[in-house]
Structure formats: structure tokens, C-alpha cells
Design a protein around this ligand. Structure first.
Ligand code: H2B
Length: 95
């Protein structure tokens, strides 16, 4: 079973991921990425998709031309879990 992060773990995670914003309505974290063009945005999405599939943890996201908006939340926990933080870390390593 996946559990939601407690307050201390959230605090540490948010400090470590300063470019991500907590989204209280979904209890997730969000970041918008901007690239030079669509090809680069889509290439990034392809890389994230491979990471997500490997982790069996999938982003909610949208793409408009060169922008990719990602929301990470854990459906199985109904909120933010360590899985979201781990995937965010991996995404950060790509950019
Ligand atoms: N992704 C996200 N974001 N949250 C989940 O709870 C989740 C997932 N659960 N990907 C996984 C798939 C689950 O449905 C499968 C069966 O492992």
C-alpha cells in the first residue's frame, strides 16, 4: 500500500524540489517546463514516459507546443507520496 507523505517528509521534499509547486486541490506537485520548440518538448515527454513506465508511476500532464505541464500525485494514496517525489527527482535529472 502506498501512503501519503507526512508533514516532515513533505517539508524535506519541497525544500529539495524548489521548482515544483504544491497543488493543494489534488495534493500533488506541479511544474511547467518550457522548451525551444515542440520537438524538444515531445522528446522530453518521451523520456519521462519511459521513466514513468519503469516506475509504474504515471504523470498527469499536458502539452501545448513547447510547454509541458506536469502534475504528480498518487492515485492509490489519494495524494502526495514518495513515488511522486522519486519521479520528480528523476525528471529533474533530465533537464
Ligand atoms: N500512477 C500514479 N500517478 N498514481 C498511482 O497510484 C498509480 C500510477 N498507480 N500508475 C499504478 C499505475 C497502478 O494503477 C498500477 C496497477 O500499478
Amino acid at each position: 500500500m502506498v501512503t501519503k507523505l507526512d508533514d516532515a517528509a513533505r517539508k524535506a521534499a519541497f525544500a529539495e524540489l524548489p521548482d515544483w509547486t504544491h497543488e493543494p486541490n489534488r495534493d500533488g506537485i506541479t511544474r511547467t517546463f518550457e522548451f525551444d520548440d515542440f520537438v524538444n518538448a515531445f522528446g522530453f515527454m518521451s523520456s519521462v514516459a519511459l521513466l514513468a513506465e519503469k516506475a509504474d508511476h504515471h504523470p498527469e500532464w499536458s502539452n501545448v507546443y513547447n510547454r509541458v505541464e506536469i502534475l504528480l500525485t498518487t492515485h492509490d494514496a489519494d495524494g502526495l507520496s514518495q513515488r511522486d517525489i522519486d519521479l520528480a527527482r528523476q525528471i529533474e535529472a533530465l533537464v
